[in-house]
Every structure is written in structure tokens, then in C-alpha cells.
Design a protein around this ligand. Structure first.
Ligand code: NAI
Length: 677
């Protein structure tokens, strides 16, 4: 029996197997369409009167990637969302109330709605290696609404379920077993057998630990909710990210009453989904999807990467590529630098891979290569040597004749125009920028820099390569600072100017984090390195009118470079800035802080508008993507252009004019504002 998305069969033991294989996609998702098809398939399965029902996916990517997030972006009215949620509740309840046991057979991604579907089954079996299971909804500004809070707390107990939903992270199979989310973990080859065995001799379904009832006991509940709130407050500002706080309230009011929980899920989630935060976070998610698509335009796949320059960036890029399964040769003139890079790679592999065998394998893939033997074989060559035009050009002259004709030549330069670097190449069309950000392992974005001569296919291959190693490619024009540094620098320099005017660093930082930036600009400058900030600012200053605050140079002159030297704007201890407490005059004065954040943020917005006008990036959406994933621009505000739209273009222009009158021409509104209007 079949419909468009499901296939149903019954085996000799009398067990029904319901295969999910969504038409037209590489992953299964829960849309209105697939929910209807699932409902029909469940009715058909029940009519077979099976001994038990197994739900499984025929997609190699996994069980079920979650709900249809594109549809979330189109929701306009809470009632519209509520209808969809009620429908999911009905379908999942049908499954839950079957007279025979059901089992979710999970591999790969099982997220959001996928986990909620699995929770509606009597049992869950997960594949050992590939499984990533969880309820990440808070990351989209909502919380689980397809029965996940009601069934999750029943199955795992309130503490485990709430911890999982509040963190929004995905678990591997063994962790999921530990918290009671899955019943059994088996390797791939045993999945089917394990399912048959379980349904042929069904054990009693999993129960949460006995003390769970205590946590849910009304007098204790208030205290537990307070504890949850305290933990969430360390990470999320309730004014910016309401969802986890709403989840805690929802839990406190309704836990233990299944129907009330479903009803409250419907109301809360449908309201949250229409709010600004959720819509901006959904938008950020879709922007990420768009960058992933950019990386799919060509089928380019690298097997071997050669990195030249084993310093801060090159060493970490090499380690990252090895972590992602590529063979990497790493070239540097200095043995010491290579040794240091390998040491850092070791730390990265251990932290990310955990398993000793996997760490060893990653190590085997990363080969120090002082003699540059890898050049002749590599599919991709990434240059990350000193930021020096002559040195880079001389290096290319040596590399070009030895490279394979079809190999990609990429530079990680952060400030030298590609046109200049390509001057002495026999074939300048093959040079492209792959601009990674520091720290490489954390920053998802890579700017794909297109010089005047760069061949389009070469740029598309570079984007495919970035995607291959799990990064988000953003195409940008070769112009000073490209997109991210160009937008970031005026913001940072304004922060340093404020500092110079006597405003304490912690106050400036707080103004920015109150706006929603993940880290304040003074701390960020110290983290990036004041020498690097100065260098990038000076380079940008050659192209644009950009006043350099004296303090920056003074700090660098006396070797106060920030985090790496132990002293910058802040003193650093054990990798943390020692920030003095904020003085009384600044406490409880949100309007004073807003004045500061406006000065910093509006300079960034003004630069964003200039970048758009100059075509540094193709459109406003991609600009927002670059800002969110490259500068950390408050994701819940949806990016600079989205923020401009929400706050009102005229408003911001007016504010810029005011600031210009008061503080000077650095606030002069770019001519691009008119075009936007
Ligand atoms: P770094 O000074 O830490 O490392 C440069 C390395 O290149 C050194 O290990 C040096 O021994 C090696 N090297 C120099 N000339 C060489 C040659 N001819 N052959 C082989 N090895 C050579 O520099 P960092 O910070 O890693 O920067 C590298 C590039 O990445 C620069 O173009 C920089 O603008 C860019 N970049 C830097 C970022 C940062 O935050 N540090 C961020 C993004 C890009």
C-alpha cells in the first residue's frame, strides 16, 4: 500500500512497517501535506490489524528533520498556526492510541517534529553512530508544539525533558538513551532485528524516575521553575528571546495534565511563532539555507587540500579540513609554527571527535609538509601567509607552475585586493578568495571573494568547497574589507572612540549586548587582537574616510594586544577579561545605554547601506546573512537590513542626521539611503 510519501508493508510476523520517503526532497519533513499523508497511512496500517507498527525512514539523511520551517515564515495569524498544531496533535494522538504497540526506528537526523512523532510511539530505537535527536525549537524562537512538551515530560521526567528543550541541542544515541529519550541503541545492521524483537515481545514502556513526581508536585514546582529561569537567564535575555521563559511558564502551569499541556502548547506556540523574534530567527535559518544552496551550484568535491602558512588562520583552516574528512598537507617555512598548529589541531580533534580511533584518523589526514610536496596533487590550495603583497605574489609564482591545471587557488587575505594579488599570475582567472574568520572552528561564514578576473566557475567551486567542509559560503566582491570587516570596523572604531571619551569598557560592552550583540565591541577587539584591528582599520582607512582613534595605536605600540598578550583594553586572566563593575551612574539607565548603542549600531547600518549600494554583496538578504553569521549581528533582529525595515528607514536616517550634527561627519548618511527609500 502506498501514497505519495509513505509505503506500508506487513511481514510474516504480522508486524506492519511504515516507510516515510517524502516525495521531492532529500530529507523528510512534516508539512501539512505529509501530515495528511501520514494520517492516511496510519489509518491504513490500523486496518491491517498488525501485531505492532514500525515507523522508519527510507532517506539516508535520517528519520525526520522536523517541521516545515518555510511554512512557519508564511504564518500571519496565530489562529492559522493553531490549526496546523491541532492537526498534528490529532494525527499523533491517533498513533499513540492504537491498540497495538508502535516503534520509531531512528537513524540520522530526528529533530523537532521528528522527535515529537517518535515520542508518540510506544518505543524508540536509535542507530548508534548517525543519530542526532532533539527538540531544538527554542533556537527558532518557539518551543515544541506537536505534543513534545506533554509527551517529553511524561517519558523522560520534567527535569530531563525541560533541560533538553531549554538547551535546544541535539543528542547522540547514547546520550539520548541515558536521558530516557530512546529505549535501545543498536548498530545499523541490527536495526530491523531489534525492532522485530521488541514488538514480538513488547516490554513495559519506559517510565521516568520515581522522584519525577516530586519535581512536579505543586509546592515544589514554583521553586523548580525559578531554577530553570535562573539557568536560562545566563544565556538568553527575556526581552530578546521570550520562548524559553514562555516554555517554563507553560510547564509550571500545566505539567501533569496532558490535555491542558496540549491546549497550552497550541496557544503559546501559535502566538510565539507570529512574534518578531521567531520570525527573525526563522528568517536567519532560511538565510542559512540559501547560503547552503549557493554551495550546491557545482558538483565540485575536494579530496586533498594544501594549505600554505601554518599560523593562526592557516593552521586552524588545515585542522578544520582534516576534521571534516579531507586529506590535508600543511606547508610553512617555520617548523615551530607547524608544531604549534599540530598541537592546536590535536585539541580540536579531541574536543570534537572524542573517540580515540577517530582522533587518530583525523591526525593521519593532517600532514606537515615543509617541502611543499602536496602542491602537485591538491584539489584546493589555500594561501594563508603574512598579509604582504610581495610575499603572496612571490609564493604564487612558485605555486602556479606546479599546481594541477584544475586545482583551485584560494587566498585567505583579509585586505589585499584580489586584482593586485593576481597581477603576476599566468592565469589570473583561477584566483579566488576564501576568507575565513577567526576562530575558524567557531565561525560558520566564509566569504567567497570574487576578483575582477575570477572565473565564475572557480568562484562557484570555491563555494562548493566551503560547503563541503560545513561552512556557509557568502559571495562578495573584492573591495576593501569585503563585506564583514567593512561593516564591523566602523562599529568597533566608534566603540573605541567612546572609550577614548572616557566611557568605561564594560558600559560600552553592555550597551551592545543589550542591543543583542553576542559580545561587546571592546571585548571583541581584545579577542580579535588590537594589532589586527589596527591593521584592518588602517587598510580600510586607505579606501574610506575612517578616523582612527589614537588609543588603538597607543595600545599596540606598547604591546597591549588584547587577549593574546594578557592585556588590552581589559586585563585577561585564564582566557577571560577582568571587567571592572559598572559604576552607579550607569546602572538602571537604559536610555543612556541606548544612546551609546545607537552610535555604534547606526554606523554599522550606514556602512551596510553603502555596501549594498556598491554591490559588495548581491542583495539585502545576503547582506543580513553575512552580518548575522560573520559579525554576530543580533540574530533575533534578523540582520541590519531587516532591522532598518522594522525600525523605519526614515527614523534611522533622521537619527543619523542628529548624530552627525552632534558628533561629526562619521555619521553622515550614505547616499544609498535614498535608493532604499
Ligand atoms: P600568522 O602570522 O599567524 O601566520 C602566517 C604564517 O605564514 C606564519 O606561520 C609564517 O611562518 C607563514 N609564512 C609566511 N610566508 C610564508 C611562505 N612564503 N611560505 C610558507 N609559509 C609562510 O598570520 P595569520 O593571522 O594566520 O594570517 C594569515 C592570513 O590570513 C593573512 O592574509 C591575514 O590577513 C588573513 N586573515 C587573518 C585573520 C586573523 O584574525 N588573524 C582573519 C582572516 C584572515
Amino acid at each position: 500500500m502506498m501514497n505519495k510519501h509513505f509505503y506500508l508493508e506487513k511481514d510474516d510476523d504480522g508486524i506492519a512497517w511504515l516507510h516515510f520517503d517524502m516525495a521531492g526532497g532529500s530529507a523528510n519533513i512534516l508539512s501539512m501535506d505529509t501530515l495528511d499523508a501520514l494520517d492516511q497511512a496510519l489509518i491504513n496500517a490500523a486496518q491491517m490489524h498488525p501485531k505492532g507498527l514500525v515507523l522508519l525512514s527510507d532517506k539516508p539523511s535520517g528519520f525526520l528533520a522536523g517541521a516545515d520551517i518555510r511554512a512557519f515564515a508564511k504564518v500571519e495569524e496565530p489562529e492559522q498556526a493553531a490549526d496546523q498544531i491541532r492537526k498534528a496533535h490529532r494525527v499523533f494522538s491517533r498513533l499513540e492510541n492504537f491498540s497495538f504497540p508502535s516503534l520509531a526506528l531512528i537513524h540520522g537526523f530526528c529533530l523537532g517534529g521528528g522527535t515529537e512523532l517518535a515520542l508518540a510511539c510506544t518505543y524508540r530505537i536509535a542507530e548508534t553512530d548517525s543519530t542526532r535527536i532533539g527538540l531544538p525549537e527554542v533556537r527558532l524562537g518557539i518551543f515544541p508544539g506537536f505534543g513534545g512538551t506533554a509527551r517529553g515530560t511524561q517519558m523522560m521526567g520534567s527535569l530531563g525533558a525541560m533541560r533538553m528543550m531549554l538547551a535546544g541541542r541535539a543528542y547522540r544515541a547514547k546520550q539520548a538513551r541515558r536521558i530516557g529519550l530512546v529505549d535501545w541503541v543498536v548498530p545499523e545492521r541490527q536495526l530491523r532485528n531489534a525492532a522485530s524483537q521488541m514488538l514480538n515481545n513488547p516490554p513495559p514502556p519506559h517510565q521516568p524516575p520515581w522522584w519525577n513526581a516530586l519535581v512536579e508536585f505543586a509546592p515544589l514546582r514554583l521553586a523548580v521553575a525559578e531554577l530553570f529561569r535562573h539557568q536560562v537567564a545566563k544565556k538568553a535575555n527575556p526581552a530578546h528571546y521570550p520562548a524559553p521563559y514562555r516554555l517554563i511558564d507553560h510547564w509550571r502551569r500545566t505539567v501533569g495534565d496532558f490535555d491542558a499541556m496540549l491546549e497550552s502548547e497550541t496557544r503559546n506556540v501559535s502566538e510565539l511563532i507570529c512574534g518578531d523574534t521567531a520570525q527573525s530567527l526563522i528568517r536567519a535559518f532560511l538565510l542559512q539555507e540559501r547560503m547552503k544552496e549557493i554551495g550546491k551550484q557545482r558538483p565540485f568535491k575536494a579530496g586533498h587540500v594544501h594549505v600554505v602558512g601554518g599560523g593562526v588562520m592557516g593552521g586552524d583552516i588545515a585542522a578544520w579540513c582534516a576534521l571534516r574528512g579531507l586529506k590535508v598537507t600543511l606547508q610553512d617555512q617555520s617548523h615551530e609554527q607547524l608544531q604549534r598548529a599540530i598541537g592546536r589541531a590535536h585539541t580540536l580533534f579531541k574536543r570534537r571527535l572524542r573517540d580515540r580511533r577517530l582522533v587518530m584518523e583525523a591526525f593521519d589526514r593532517l600532514i606537515p609538509d615543509v617541502r611543499a610536496a602536496g602542491v602537485a596533487h591538491a584539489d584546493v590550495i589555500i594561501e594563508a601567509i603574512f598579509e604582504d603583497t610581495a610575499a603572496k605574489q612571490a609564493l604564487y609564482a612558485d605555486l602556479e607552475p606546479r599546481m594541477r591545471a584544475d586545482a583551485l587557488l584560494a587566498t585567505n587575505t583579509s585586505s589585499i585586493p584580489l586584482e593586485t594579488l593576481a597581477e603576476k599570475l599566468a592565469d589570473p582567472t583561477r584566483l579566488v578568495g576564501l576568507h575565513f574568520f577567526n576562530p575558524v572552528a567557531k565561525m560558520m561564514l566564509v566569504e567567497i571573494v570574487h576578483g575582477e578576473a575570477t572565473d565564475n566557475d572557480v568562484a562557484a567551486n570555491a563555494a562548493a568547497f566551503a560547503r563541503q567542509i560545513g561552512k556557509l559560503p557568502l559571495p562578495v566582491k573584492s573591495s576593501p574589507g569585503f563585506l564583514v570587516n567593512r561593516m564591523l570596523m566602523p562599529y568597533l572604531l566608534e566603540a573605541v572612540a567612546l572609550y577614548e571619551q572616557g566611557i568605561p569598557g564594560p558600559v560600552i560592552d553592555k550597551a551592545a549586548t543589550d542591543f543583542g550583540m553576542p559580545m561587546g565591541p571592546i571585548e571583541l577587539a581584545d579577542t580579535v587582537g588590537l594589532d589586527i584591528c589596527l591593521h584592518v582599520a588602517a587598510k580600510l582607512g586607505e579606501a574610506f574616510p575612517l578616523a582612527l582613534p589614537k588609543t588603538l595605536k597607543q595600545q599596540v605600540d606598547v604591546d597591549r594586544l588584547g587577549k593574546k598578550s594578557g592585556q588590552g583594553f581589559y586585563a585577561w586572566k585564564n582566557g577571560r577579561p577582568q571587567k571592572p563593575a559598572i559604576e552607579k551612574g550607569w546602572r538602571g539607565k537604559p536610555e543612556k545605554l541606548r544612546e551609546l548603542s545607537d552610535r555604534m549600531i547606526l554606523r554599522m547600518l550606514n556602512e551596510a547601506v553603502a555596501c549594498l549600494r556598491e554591490g559588495v554583496v548581491a542583495d539585502a538578504d545576503l547582506l543580513d546573512a553575512g552580518a548575522i553569521y560573520g559579525t554576530g549581528f543580533a540574530p533575533f533582529r534578523g540582520g541590519p537590513m531587516h532591522y532598518i525595515q522594522n525600525r523605519g528607514l526614515r527614523n534611522i536616517e533622521k537619527r543619523l542626521n542628529e548624530l552627525e550634527k552632534r558628533h561629526g561627519e562619521q555619521f553622515h548618511a550614505d547616499s544609498g539611503w535614498h535608493a532604499l527609500a
